[in-house]
Every structure is written in C-alpha cells, then in structure tokens.
Write a protein that binds this ligand. Structure first.
Ligand code: OAD
Length: 283
C-alpha cells in the first residue's frame, strides 16, 4: 500500500525516515536502475522529452538487422553516444549507491538497464581501482550490456573497448582481434535476448532481496521490468524514486517523486557502516 506521497518527507515519522528504516533493516537490497539515474549526469533518457527514442527510431539503429544492413550508420550513432557519455560523470546518486554496495560487502546489488557504465565508474572510483578491476560480486548487473565493450559479430569474442571509434568507413570500424570480423557494441538490441546467465543471477537477487529500490526507470521494458515484481511477490518491500509515476509505482510502499541526484543521497545518508559483513547497517 503506497504511503501518501504528499505525507511529510522529513522529520520524525517522515517518509525518508520510514524508507531508511526499511533499508537499514534489510539483509539484502536490490537496486533496479534505469536511464533516469543518469539524467543529471547529462546522459539522455530514452523516452523523456529529449530522449533518444524521441530523436531516432530504435529499429533504425539499435537492432541486428540495422547493423547487418548498415554497420557504419549504427556504429556512427554509438560512436557519438560513447563520446557524449565519456564526457559525463557519475552523479551523487551513483556515488551514494556505490558507497552502499561497497560498505555492505555486496549485500546491496545494483541491477541496471543502463549501458553507460556510470555505476561501475562510481564503484571503481570509491574503491580506488579501474572500472575493469571491480570484483564481480560488487559489479552492477548490466542487463542491457555496456557501451564501452564490443563483441565480435562472428565469433562472439567480447572485450572492453575505450578507444574512440573511427566511423569514417566500414574499413576503419573496430575488428575482432581473434578472427578479424567486424565487432559491434556489446549492448542488447531490440529483438535480442539478454545474457541468460546474468538474467538468472538478477532474478535470484530480486527474489532474495528484502527491499527493492527502483530508481529512474519507466518500467516498460521486459524482462527488466518484471524484476521488482519478483521482489514484491517474494515478500520484499518496494521503494521508488522517479519524478513521474510508472507501472512499478503500484508495487511501492514509498514513492519519492524527485530527481535521483537530489533525493537518493539524502535517502541513503547515515546508512553506511556495515557490522562485520552481515549485510546489516548500523542505524
Ligand atoms: P526511459 O527513458 O524509458 O525512462 C526513464 C525514466 O526515468 C522515466 O520514468 C523518467 O520519469 C525517469 N527520470 C527522468 N529523469 C529522472 C531523474 N533525474 N531522476 C530519476 N528518474 C528520472 O529509460 P529506461 O526505463 O531506462 O533498452 O528504459 C529501459 C530501456 O528502454 C533501456 O535500457 C533501453 C530502452 O530502449 C535497450 O537499450 C535494450
């Protein structure tokens, strides 16, 4: 049952206090994020007023047939997105979540639809390591892939790829170091399945979580949109952060109609400090 979003936010018995109590008492927290958490970092969302899908047709750019027919057009778009994202920095919401992941020793796990790598960068920066060196059990589960990784269109070899993409001709596009074939962005395109191992892992995290914290997703794209439902159906509690209501808001007990970078740091403030890796936080 959703607590009245107009009820007091702060102070004794306020909605922030109630949310902190739920999160502080949780053994495991699943954090489900979408493009909205990166909006204040300058990364466009997909369906917002200035979103990617308002300007481009996904079927023209983000699907295997488009890549087969015109790899140069598809790579030119991804090269432009990579350059834009490379100029963006994680925001306060990314860092607040990264702190909780690190200080809970993985009892908090991020499951993101975002391919921008900003969660990984925030965790790596707070850990003092390179993004590629973040231990697997602390890495976000990036369900839709990572825009700074490439995968061979023939043999499937995948690897990080941070260099600028030379999209002046098909011949200058990145090729597989193993078989020489053209590589593609290691992201999930329309009509493609998610990595099943990663999806099964994400479903396990969702079902095991005492609290699901849903941040900045329209809740429209499957199977990611089903994960908070799995948390709820397994008895977990749902908290949502999104300026607008979504199909997931009906699952939430607490909905913060706010921008992530504004409310998430305040929401998670004081939750740090793990007692011996038990997944519990000092109040
Ligand atoms: P959408 O663009 O569909 O939704 C973004 C959500 O973020 C909306 O609900 C906004 O209200 C919310 N939002 C906007 N600004 C925000 C802010 N500052 N703080 C918090 N929330 C904010 O993006 P996703 O839900 O992530 O798929 O889209 C899911 C998938 O659809 C993407 O991963 C992509 C796209 O097609 C693939 O690429 C496979």
């Amino acid at each position: 049952m959703l607590i009245d979003p107009a009820a007091p936010l702060r102070g004794p018995g306020g909605r922030l206090e109630l949310a902190r109590e739920l999160l502080g008492a949780a053994q495991c927290v699943a954090v489900f994020t979408g493009a909205g958490i990166s909006a204040e970092s300058g990364v466009p969302t997909f369906r917002g007023a200035d979103g990617w899908w308002r300007r481009y047709r996904p079927q023209d750019l983000a699907n295997p047939l488009a890549f087969r027919d015109d790899p140069l057009l598809v790579w030119s778009w991804y090269a432009w997105r990579r350059e834009l994202i490379a100029r963006c920095e994680p925001n306060a919401a990314h860092y607040a979540l990264a702190r909780c992941v690190l200080e809970s020793a993985g009892a908090w796990r991020i499951i993101t639809q975002n391919v921008d790598g900003l969660h990984q960068r925030a965790i790596a920066e707070l850990s003092g390591v390179a993004p590629g060196e973040v231990p697997d059990d602390l890495r976000p589960l990036a369900l839709h892939g990572e825009i700074f990784r490439v995968r061979c269109s023939e043999c499937g070899h995948a690897a990080p790829h941070l260099e600028p993409i030379d999209a002046t001709s098909v011949e200058t596009l990145p090729c597989c170091p193993e078989c020489g074939a053209l590589t593609r962005p290691a992201v999930v395109w329309f009509g493609e399945s998610l990595d099943n191992t990663q999806l099964q892992h994400a479903m396990g995290v969702a079902e095991h979580a005492d609290v699901g914290l849903v941040i900045g997703t329209s809740g429209l794209v499957q199977p990611a949109a089903s994960l908070p439902h799995m948390t709820r159906q397994a008895g977990g509690r749902i908290i949502e952060v999104n300026p607008d209501p979504t199909p997931l808001t009906e699952l939430a007990e607490l909905w913060f109609a706010s921008k992530a970078a504004l409310i998430v740091p305040e929401l998670l403030e004081g939750l740090a400090g793990l007692e011996g890796g038990t997944g519990r936080f000092r109040p």
